[in-house]
Design a protein around this ligand. Sequence first.
Ligand code: T5A
Length: 226
Amino acid sequence: MSDKKRGRLIVFEGVEGAGKSTQLERLGGHLARAGVSHREFREPGGTALGDSIRQLLLDPLSTVSARAEALLFMASRAELVSRELRPALESGTIVLLDRFFLSTYAYQIAGRGLAESDVRSANTMATDGLVPDLTLLLTLSADVGLERAERRSATDRIERSGREFHVRVEEAFAEFSTREWQGMHEECGPIVALDASGAPEAVEALVLDVVTSRFRELRTALGAAA
Ligand code: T5A
């Protein structure tokens, strides 16, 4: 398929409470008002199987070993990629995705301590080689993000993994934004780090700026709708 007809996969990543869902929804609103066909998904979830897996993974009463946890994320991902993401992209739709495999690299490799080579291999199977066109990495300290998430609702199983775990996740995300790391992980596609510590409107302006400067077709559509 020619790149011209394919949609774009835009992923939002970052620590707990970084504002991914808020910004994804805002970008989705801009696209909808501009009449741009788009779909919104989150991981884990987005399919019947994925939603069941999400419940198992996030339930504070579940006990899940690190390897089982990684494989459950992969099973949800495999289902989402084959049933939803690829068909949407192939039909020319813009896909906005709340977390993808960069989260597995941060949470399961850096956070839980699983071997990078094992996780990358399993991920290759789950994504079947699907590479994001852009990842917007919202940067925020783990402490501020957890505070935001705790203020919003009761914490889930992964949020309860302890401060040290979340600081390792924050540090991993910081490393992912470096040119050196990205050069060694081509499966991740381009990653752009954005400061998520400001007000939602300030972060939204940063998101729009990156998206419209990366994708000419969206610059035209969103510019015309402004
Ligand atoms: N996970 C996921 C893995 O371990 N491995 C994986 O491979 C994958 C895919 C998913 C969990 O699974 C883990 C990571 C997660 O622990 P989830 O509920 O989907 O669980 O968790 P999150 O994606 O972290 O969702 P959150 O809702 O916690 O964070 P968001 O989406 O980053 O934040 P958002 O937008 O919901 O905002 C949180 C609160 O902050 C406010 C919002 O109003 C809301 O109250 N807020 C702001 N406040 C001040 N300033 C701003 N700029 C703000 N932006 C939002």
